[in-house]
Write a protein that binds this ligand. Structure first.
Ligand SMILES: Nc1ncnc2c1ncn2[C@@H]1O[C@H](COP(=O)(O)OP(=O)(O)OP(=O)(O)O)[C@@H](O)[C@H]1O
Ligand SMILES: [Mg+2]
Length: 425
């Protein structure tokens, strides 16, 4: 055998061995969670690799789109559409111009969106520069299907990957103030507006209304999850979810009184954990109660929204809740406040400014009392935006959905955050 032949044989063997190792790693990979992925491919090779990824069983919950084109196509598309959880971008740009070419995309990219770049330069300095600027991975062509799968797993599946999901809890300052109604409309809004997979968990086990509000009657849901924490993984979770709309799933309350529902303090933590690992957004409908378990849920979520009506008892309770939550979450933003059922005919009310002054916060939304709109929606198992998409209340729910997910309307994002993506890690 000549030296050249020997080297070729050796290289081929090496490559086969590497492929075998990568395929073995892939065997052990957990399925990817309910993320949205959009790949922009400049070459046919990458397009084929992405198509193969899309056929893999570990991608069954992933919403994958493949578009031919590069950074410019991506920037163009996301100027008018929300960004997915992950963008995979192929580009032939190198150290000299890559960051500059990324700037227009960065200006329209949501901060939570991850980016993988597939490039053509084996350049460690460029790699470091990109990672410093918030790019999750820079992969050098030729990349194969397992490479892309493993890169996605590192971001979204690894045990030490940061939890994927953002959790938002809604609670009322008093019973009946519309906290559940607002939670359900926001969960629906978030899933619809951002095409992002959202799970709504109804934690009001005896009386929960999410099933009624979405016209569903599931036999399983949150009760099975909270009473079987040892069985709780993504497969079990899947069986407990009820699909409400294209991107919204419900973990429904039993809403039955055949048993008492007493929970120990950390009872819902395993549920929160599995939800955060499996969906980009979890909305929690927390009943109006102040027990060990509700406090534990409120202490561990990313965002808390307190809903209140403008009377004195609501004000006193909202003030106490704000103070307690600030102590429980000293390093977090203050809870958001929503004033609901404002302007009920003949009812004496505290004005929004008088209500908010002692709370030292501004409400993120003031929702008027509208018995007709809310009553019809509740009775027909539909959301406000489905009843009347053009109503000011539907627009308010859209704004709340933006605020609680940290999404900024594209219009605003364009203005001040030119290098938003490039600055974050
Ligand atoms: N802005 C509004 N205008 C008119 N009715 C409303 C408004 N918001 C909510 N409602 C109605 O108020 C009632 C109570 O709402 P909801 O069940 O959402 O409140 P809650 O705070 O979750 O109550 P609970 O304490 O029972 O959990 C429902 O019938 C709902 O349709
Ligand atoms: Mg409720």
């Amino acid at each position: 055998m000549s030296t050249v032949e020997y080297e070729i044989k050796n290289t081929t063997e090496l490559r086969n061995a590497e492929d075998a190792i990568r395929m073995a790693e892939l065997e052990n990979m957990r399925p990817l969670p309910r993320i949205s992925v959009h790949a922009f491919c400049e070459s046919e090779e990458l397009q084929r690799v992405m198509e193969r990824c899309g056929q893999d069983r570990r991608m069954s919950k992933v919403g994958l789109r493949i578009t031919s084109g590069g950074i410019a196509a991506a920037a163009n598309m996301f100027a008018s559409a929300p960004t997915p959880n992950l963008i995979i971008l192929e580009t032939r740009a190198g150290a000299g111009n890559l960051l500059t070419e990324l700037a227009p995309l960065a200006s329209v990219c949501d901060p939570s969106t991850k980016v993988i770049i597939v490039g053509y330069y084996n350049d460690i300095a460029l790699y470091r520069e990109l990672v410093r600027n918030g790019i999750s991975e820079y992969m050098v062509q030729p990349v194969a299907m397992p490479d892309i799968m493993m890169a996605m797993a590192t971001i979204f599946v690894d045990p030490d990957a940061e939890p994927l999901g953002r959790s938002i809890a809604f609670i009322g300052a008093k019973g009946g103030v519309g906290s559940s109604t607002i939670a359900h409309n926001c969960a629906f809004g978030i899933s619809n507006l951002f095409s992002t997979e959202t799970i709504l968990a109804d934690l009001d086990l005896p009386y929960g209304t999410a099933n009624i509000d979405f016209d569903q009657d599931p036999t399983q849901g949150i009760a099975e999850a909270v009473y079987a924490p040892d069985r709780l993984d993504e497969v079990f979770l899947d069986r407990l979810l009820t699909k409400c709309s294209e991107h919204l799933s419900l973990l429904a309350a039993p809403s039955l009184l055949d048993r008492a529902y007493d929970f120990e303090g950390h009872a819902f933590q395993p549920v929160l954990e599995v939800l955060q690992r499996n969906a980009p957004v979890t909305v929690l409908d927390v009943p109006h109660a102040w027990s060990e378990w509700t406090r534990s849920v409120l202490a561990s979520v990313d965002e808390v929204v307190i809903c209140a009506s403008p009377d004195l008892a609501n004000l006193r309770n909202a003030k106490n809740m704000m103070d307690a939550l600030r102590k429980m979450r000293p390093n977090d933003k203050m809870p958001h406040l929503i004033l609901n059922q404002v302007g009920m005919p003949k009812r004496p009310e505290i004005s929004p400014s008088d209500f908010c002054e002692p709370l030292e916060t501004d409400p993120i939304a003031i929702i008027p009392f509208d018995a007709h709109l809310f009553g019809n929606a509740a009775n027909s198992g539909r959301m406000i935006s489905e009843m009347d998409a053009k109503s000011p209340t539907a627009e308010t729910f859209s704004q709340i959905s933006h605020i609680v997910t940290g999404r900024i309307a594209v219009r605003k994002a364009r203005k001040g955050r030119l290098l938003g993506l490039l600055k974050r890690k």
